[in-house]
Design a protein. Structure first.
Length: 287
């Protein structure tokens, strides 16, 4: 069977990935709903109880992002760079890059939130803002409960599963296996295209720029280190920081935090430091 799939090109692999992903999502939603009904009851599902939301979120995340790349890797006999162990210094440097890039990423987020479309696209803008509000309501509900049990569950569902699944799906399959290995697209362009797809698929258009930037940073880490473990680690750190920050700060405290727009020097330093650390990472990987 693997011999049949082994030398297939970009479009065949992409179509196969889409079929696998749609099948996996359908199965995840179906079985997730059935199991949630058995474990929690239909009343909790109908009332969007946090336990059922977390359960279904985990099930769908595994079905959409974790299972498809693993099945894809088996079908096409791909390692998705999982077998490549990163250098310890490179891994530490990647975490540092993620940390110092946060102010610049926050600046992009605020810039994106102030985006206004032309009047003739007001209907589209209203729909986009509705999507953003729906996503925010879901996030606020998941992060609103500060009990230790839910903090640990949020780290699992919001930080660990997406970090593992999204990196395997976007960086492992789309960037490395599809674009780099089976198309004529190379280097930076692969990183940027994957980052754009990664951001767009979340359907949060007023968060497109920061998520695109995050995707590009993670993609560049994979491109330089040749190991997906660095991007998985940094993606997890980014998500876990958000979960822990939400668990520590109340909404009122978060509103009292000064906006990054007020500190232009911090934005510039963040961008310069990010570029400098990537340059250092490149030097380490070239040794």
């Amino acid at each position: 069977m693997n011999q049949f799939f082994e030398n297939r090109g970009f479009w065949f692999r992409l179509l196969t990935l889409i079929i696998i992903a749609l099948t996996a999502v359908f199965m995840a939603v179906t079985f997730g709903t059935v199991f949630a009904s058995l474990f929690f009851g239909t009343d909790k599902i109908a009332s969007h109880h946090i336990d059922t939301v977390l359960f279904l979120q985990a099930f769908v995340s595994v079905g959409l992002f974790v299972a498809p790349p693993l099945v894809y890797a088996k079908v096409f006999d791909e390692s998705l760079t999982l077998k490549n162990k990163p250098k310890l210094l490179s891994a530490v440097l990647c975490v540092a890059i993620m940390a110092v890039s946060m102010p610049f990423c926050s600046f992009l987020e605020e810039l994106n939130l102030h985006m206004k479309l032309p009047v003739w696209l007001s209907g589209l803008e209203d729909w986009m803002r509705a999507q953003e509000n729906n996503a925010k309501e879901l996030t606020d509900m998941l992060l609103g409960n500060r009990e230790p049990k839910y903090l640990l569950l949020n780290i699992l569902v919001i930080a660990l599963i997406p970090a593992l699944g999204e990196e395997l799906f976007f960086r492992g399959v789309i960037q490395d296996s599809l674009l780099l290995k089976t198309s004529k697209i190379r280097g930076w362009l692969c990183v940027l295209i994957t980052g754009a797809v990664f951001s767009a698929i979340h359907l949060q258009f007023f968060g497109f720029l920061p998520r695109f930037f995050l995707g590009a940073v993670l993609g560049l880490m994979l491109l330089m280190t040749k190991s997906i473990w660095t991007s998985i680690l940094c993606h997890f750190c980014n998500n876990a920081f958000a979960v822990l920050a939400a668990g520590y700060f109340s909404t009122e405290k978060m509103n009292d935090v000064p906006q990054v727009f007020e500190f232009k020097s911090v934005i510039i330093i963040s961008a310069v430091l990010t570029a400098f650390l990537f340059w250092q990472l490149k030097k380490i990987e070239e040794k």
